[in-house]
Write a protein that binds this ligand. Structure first.
Ligand SMILES: Cc1cc2nc3c(=O)[nH]c(=O)nc-3n(C[C@H](O)[C@H](O)[C@H](O)COP(=O)(O)OP(=O)(O)OC[C@H]3O[C@@H](n4cnc5c(N)ncnc54)[C@H](O)[C@@H]3O)c2cc1C
Length: 657
């Protein structure tokens, strides 16, 4: 959006108090209220007593403003990376705690690792450490209470989906939690709600990219059956020049073969070596404005624009322009994980109102029943977790939040390790705990800083697993009459600060029901993927991450208000009046990296960086979706199972499926 702003801060409502609005019955939340200072007693007592999560009222899902990698969660990791950490911290006080397993990272992978370990060793004592003030990793719950009704959104991971069918291990785990995605889709999804109200998708053409601001409704979207006439009618309302309009119609519905004379395999190989942007520009000869129309089309799936995704991967993902090439169905060499999977068929798709945070919460319910009482995957939707139960000294499984691990070290020679000592920071002090086994279910690229003793080749491989930054913004609106007046439920914004946003996806399950009345409050989900077009993918990721960490909440808020204001002005939307709360879920380390044929050689499995990186090191094993090189929940679960199996094997115990 424009740097030369046309809305004053007052018109945008920057002076309106939005943070922490609509508290749970006015009960203040204790997050961050207590520091480490002021605790007396032994290190063990300090490590577990009266921390913020142990206080009544502690309930992070309702916090607003900057969430995801929230302030206070990552600074020590950056100090460790920069080599300053141990200059300012003592080696660590022993808590005296001894566990069978310590898990680093309380995301779906870490929680699954605890689940699998306990399945094989029901009496095991387990400690899970996470640097955030809430569990779940990317599977985070954003909870709002608007007009007396519960509204939920996913702060990160949304769907139980994958390009590939869930493995028996991943499928078995979600079924053991009582989740049947196919049956839930049938009984809970309300996909027809918005269309039944006459609402359609739309595109916002912004002045900076397309010469003038214009919202065009009735977007045909990615429906294969959309006709040339539908596209023409839609594009005729846009500010695009006639040539760009004709090119888009040709891309969407035409049958040209841009690579005549080649076999399907040869065509696929050619397409794997160029970006979708190059395909549109050089092969399709599309007008630059038509190319700009598609620039953000890959951002939701890959977190980068069409300049950084191969044309073959875009074909596999079902994007337009390939009809006339008559490519054989099925995956091919040099395809990324996601498109190759989709080319061969995908898994089911289902989302809980808070996304896969429900999976994380069900895992927590299994591990620590007192923290989230209830029966099934329906009642859990509205259940309020009792965080004070997570780290009780008597628990077989303890989850300790706001605790960043800074070292994981085998005791003795890794080849004959007697166990693992883990050091973590809580408040401003370093504590240590010991365990027979350790799973690092944390972001793989950071593991070399935790385990500097790892072999150099393994550290290089782990460092190379650069994650993709993303922002999922949840905005609470007083009502959605502007959407209704405009006849839209969602907006694609190829040049926008967020590249798309939409009304909360309607679903009826447990305590959550879809909102059919436009004059009632609702949540809007907005997606931004910061990147720098033109650079190799990982350099774009690094640039995006730096941008994210350098953006204040106020800057996010101004951009959110301006984007919604500009886009929805024609429907009478007033950002100062209509926005009641904002949560910016900032993920500088978001999607796990996947193979990108534009910049990487396709390697045999044993030589792939995630496979080299995840090698067992003494009694330390490595999980996380990163170690599967696939940005999906099934990968997080599969990798947890593998990491636990490697540990159990050392003790001659077999992991359960
Ligand atoms: C915005 C977004 C949307 C997504 N949407 C989907 C989707 O719809 N479907 C899907 O299948 N997948 C989706 N994903 C992919 C998602 O990453 C996986 O599905 C899954 O949630 C990853 O789980 P994980 O446990 O491997 O990693 P994470 O969720 O990242 O968990 C790792 C945890 O370890 C913590 N940690 C890191 N270092 C340390 C340390 N030193 N000490 C202590 N803790 C540490 C991290 O902070 C984090 O909490 C999405 C991801 C993002 C970011």
């Amino acid at each position: 959006m424009s740097k030369d702003r046309r809305w004053s801060d007052k018109a945008l409502g920057m002076d309106r108090p939005i943070d922490r609005r609509d508290f749970l019955n006015g009960v203040a939340v204790a997050v961050g209220a207590l520091g480490a200072a002021g605790f007396a007693g032994s290190a063990a007592a300090q490590a577990s007593a009266a921390w913020p999560q142990d206080q009544a009222g502690y309930y992070p899902p309702i916090l607003t403003r900057l969430r995801g990698s929230h302030p206070g969660s990552f600074e020590n990791a950056h100090a460790l990376r920069d080599g300053d950490f141990w200059e300012t911290h003592a080696a660590g006080q022993d808590t005296g705690e001894r566990y069978d397993l310590v898990v680093v990272g309380g995301g779906v992978s870490g929680l699954s690792a605890a689940h699998f370990y306990r399945a094989a060793r029901p009496d095991a004592k387990i400690l899970i450490l996470d640097n955030h003030d809430d569990f779940g990793g990317h599977a985070k719950r954003n909870e709002f209470h608007l007009g007396g009704k519960l509204h939920l959104l996913n702060g990160g991971t949304l769907e139980i989906d994958s390009p590939r069918p869930y493995s028996p291990v991943a499928d078995g785990l979600i079924r053991s939690l009582g989740i049947d995605p196919v049956a839930l889709s049938k009984s809970c999804d309300q996909d027809e709600l918005y269309p039944s109200l006459g609402l359609t998708g739309s595109v916002f053409f912004d002045e900076e990219t397309f010469g003038q601001d214009r919202l065009v409704t009735g977007a045909p979207g990615r429906r294969e059956e959309a006709t040339a006439d539908e596209w023409r009618a839609f594009l005729a309302k846009s500010p695009l020049p006639a040539k760009a309009q004709a090119d888009i119609v040709r891309i969407e519905t035409g049958g040209d073969d841009y690579l005549p004379g080649l076999t399907s395999a040869q065509k696929k190989d050619r397409l794997s070596r160029i970006s979708y942007q190059a395909f549109l520009t050089d092969m399709v000869k599309a007008d630059p404005m038509a190319v700009a129309f598609y620039q953000s089309a890959t951002k939701g799936e890959w977190g980068v624009g069409i300049d950084a995704v191969s044309a073959l991967d875009c074909w596999g993902f079902g994007m337009a322009g390939f009809k006339g090439l008559k490519l054989d169905p099925g995956s091919a060499p040099r395809m990324g994980y996601t498109p190759a999977g989709y080319a061969d068929g995908g898994s089911y798709t289902f989302h809980f109102p808070d996304g896969n945070a429900t999976i994380a919460r069900l895992l927590v319910r299994n591990l620590i029943p007192a923290a989230l009482p209830g029966r099934d995957c329906v009642d859990v939707v509205g259940a309020r977790a009792d965080y004070a139960e997570l780290d009780k000294p008597g628990n077989a499984v303890r989850i300790r939040l706001s605790s960043i691990v800074v070292r994981a070290r085998n005791q003795g020679d890794p080849a004959a390790s007697r166990g693992v000592e883990v050091a973590y920071v809580r408040g401003d002090k370093v504590y240590t705990a010991q365990a027979r086994d350790c799973v690092l279910a944390s972001w793989n690229m950071m593991i070399p800083y935790l385990c500097p003793e790892l072999p150099d080749g393994q550290k290089t491989a782990l460092h190379s697993l650069v994650k993709t930054p993303l922002v999922y913004t949840s905005v609470a609106l007083r009502d959605w009459t502007a959407f209704k007046r405009l006849g839209i439920f969602g907006v694609e914004a190829p040049g926008g600060y967020h590249s798309y946003f939409h009304l909360n996806k309607p679903v009826d399950i447990g305590a959550v029901t879809a909102e059919p009345s436009p004059d009632k409050p609702i949540l809007v989900h907005m997606v931004r993927t910061p990147c720098q077009p033109g650079l190799p993918e990982h350099d774009q990721n690094r640039a995006g991450r730096a941008e994210l960490l350098g953006t204040s909440f106020e800057d996010f808020e101004r951009n959110i208000r301006e984007q919604l204001g500009r886009t929805l002005a024609g429907g009478g939307f007033d950002p100062a009046r209509d926005i009641t709360a904002i949560t910016v879920n900032r993920w500088p380390h978001g999607y796990a990296p996947e193979f990108n044929p534009l910049w990487e050689p396709e390697l045999p499995v044993a030589e792939q960086p995630n496979v080299i990186g995840r090698a067992r090191f003494g009694r330390i094993t490595i999980a996380n979706s990163d170690s599967g090189r696939a940005a999906y929940t099934d990968s997080a679960i599969n990798q947890a199972h593998r990491a636990v199996s490697e540990l159990l094997e050392l003790s001659g115990v077999e992991a359960a499926v």
